[in-house]
Design a protein around this ligand. Structure first.
Ligand SMILES: Nc1ncnc2c1ncn2[C@@H]1O[C@H](COP(=O)(O)OP(=O)(O)OP(=O)(O)O)[C@@H](O)[C@H]1O
Length: 474
């Protein structure tokens, strides 16, 4: 598959043996921005490897390098399936050769079939080649016999593939409850249902390497389905799965190993443990390093009082220790993830969730809900049940068929399609241009800096920003 244009990476080699894909000495820089330097890591068959790191550390870039199959030594016979977070990211990754409108006009089954077919093209190409030889007058009689035999084997493989694809598709459609949507075109489906169609197609391809980049839009039932499908494809088909997510619960339930991109020192480390164990190791590393720094600083203050010369030496020591810390750990990754605080936040979210759910459960018949200043409400429901529709009613974009809506004050809405709109309408502009309409250059620069978009990030095309950076911008 194509994974969009990739430049700036170098790798000494990549080997596949004993069911392990080893990537050695991989470096990547976008202009003057280094993402990783001489990084080596491995992915095992039959395992889910979680690829993690802070926003902008290079997870998507790394995935696209793997999906491009352009690494020296990458097994060309591998089927690699890269599933981007949204339709638009998929287009930026170069997954489709068709126009976006053509894809959106397809019905789910046609779309899934088309995507599976494009991945099994190798088989079709071979059949076309042999059929061409059959009518070639220069091929001798004895050769024709061998070609016919090979062709009939290939027809059989193709037929059994079609049958198993159909069987698996029927099962996935019924497990996901896609039946009610089969007559709609993709463009008329909610983002969640469109994403599920892409997932079904990806699993039906039976890839050797499946890369799932930040699964989005899924309700809890579909998330369970995704987890079981990923477990199944790794255990039963011995696929390699590279799973990218910022959601700790998902990483925890899925990953057998963790590939961690440390944005501070541009390294990549593989941890052959699950996510919670990785967190424990990582937290310990940071704790230990912080303690050392703190005690060194303490010593330094005391020493300062008595001996000026010692102060100079201690500063050197502190500097060295800090350098060591950044080699072992990326503090930004752990920041704000204190366990206690998280448990508290989870508890308060759960009690709010109950209230909010009770208020919107009745959506199809009647909604009677009031939103007060300072309320924080979780709007929860199955994919396609009408969450976005309810918001559009509140915003006044839709008229209720019955009842009324009274609105006070200003509403600001950050829709799930915000990223799509940003990419489609401003993909080729810079972040500065995007904000610049209403702000002075200095104001825009300050504002972007506050959202982690300082320096070259503010003047590059929006399309080249990472998903998290785009989200911050929109
Ligand atoms: N084509 C490109 N040209 C220049 N810079 C790019 C390009 N693609 C990505 N970048 C930059 O490389 C960095 C890594 O981007 P990438 O999308 O790989 O990060 P990520 O780890 O997937 O982030 P996120 O968690 O936000 O999705 C970002 O700073 C991004 O702006």
């Amino acid at each position: 598959m194509s994974a969009g244009s990739l430049a700036g990476f170098t790798s000494s080699d990549c080997q596949y043996n004993k069911n392990t894909l080893n990537i050695n000495d991989l470096s990547l820089a976008h202009g003057s921005r280094t993402l990783f330097n001489n990084a080596s890591f491995s992915i095992n068959r039959g395992e889910v490897s979680g690829l993690i790191g802070i926003n902008g550390s290079g997870k998507t870039s790394l995935s696209r390098i793997l999906a491009s199959k352009e690494l020296p030594g990458f097994p060309q016979s591998f089927t690699v399936e890269y599933l981007a977070a949204s339709d638009d990211e998929e287009f930026l990754a170069g997954t489709y050769t068709e126009e976006y409108s053509e894809i959106l006009a397809l019905k789910p089954v046609d779309y899934i079939n088309q995507r599976v077919k494009s991945r099994t093209q190798q088989l079709q190409d071979k059949i076309d080649e042999l059929e061409g030889l059959l009518v070639d007058e220069e091929v001798e009689e004895s050769g024709i016999e061998a070609i016919s035999e090979e062709l009939s084997d290939l027809y059989e493989i193709q037929e059994s593939l079609e049958e198993s694809t159909k069987r698996e598709m029927d099962r996935a459609i019924s497990n996901l409850g896609l039946n009610d949507y089969l007559e709609k075109s993709l463009g008329d489906l909610s983002s969640g249902w469109r994403y599920k169609c892409r997932l079904v197609a990806a699993f039906l391809v039976h890839p050797d390497l499946l890369i799932i980049d930040e699964p989005s839009f899924l309700d809890s039932e579909s998330t369970e389905w995704l987890i079981s499908m990923i477990k199944n494809i790794t255990r039963a088909s011995q696929a390699m799965v590279l799973f990218i997510s910022h959601k700790e619960a998902l990483l925890d339930s899925l990953c057998d190993s963790i590939i961690y991109i440390n944005a501070s020192n541009h390294s990549i480390t593989t941890y052959h443990v699950g996510y919670s164990q990785f967190r424990a190791i990582h937290e310990k590393q940071i704790e230990g390093a912080n303690k050392t720094i703190a005690s060194t600083t303490d010593d330094m203050v005391k020493a300062e009082k008595s001996l000026k010369q010692l102060k100079v030496q201690m500063k050197k020591r502190e500097k060295n220790l800090k350098a060591t810390t950044s080699q072992n750990s990326d503090q930004r990754f752990i920041k704000g993830k204190n366990k206690e605080a998280k448990q508290k936040a989870d508890k308060s979210a759960a009690s709010r969730l109950k209230k909010a759910k009770a208020a919107v459960d009745d959506l199809e018949s009647n909604v009677d809900v009031s939103v007060e200043p300072h309320d924080k409400i979780l709007l929860k429901g199955k994919n396609g049940c009408g969450k976005s529709t309810l918001i559009r009613l509140i915003l006044g974009e839709l008229e209720p068929v019955e009842g009324s809506i009274t609105k006070h004050g200003k509403c600001i809405y950050f829709p799930q399609t915000a990223l799509s709109l940003l990419i489609r309408q401003h993909g080729n502009s810079t972040a500065m241009d995007y904000l610049g309409e209403n702000l002075t250059q200095t104001e825009a620069r300050h504002h972007l800096g506050d959202f982690g978009l300082a320096g070259d990030l503010s003047v590059r095309s929006v399309n080249t920003l990472s998903a998290g950076q785009k989200r911050n911008l929109s």
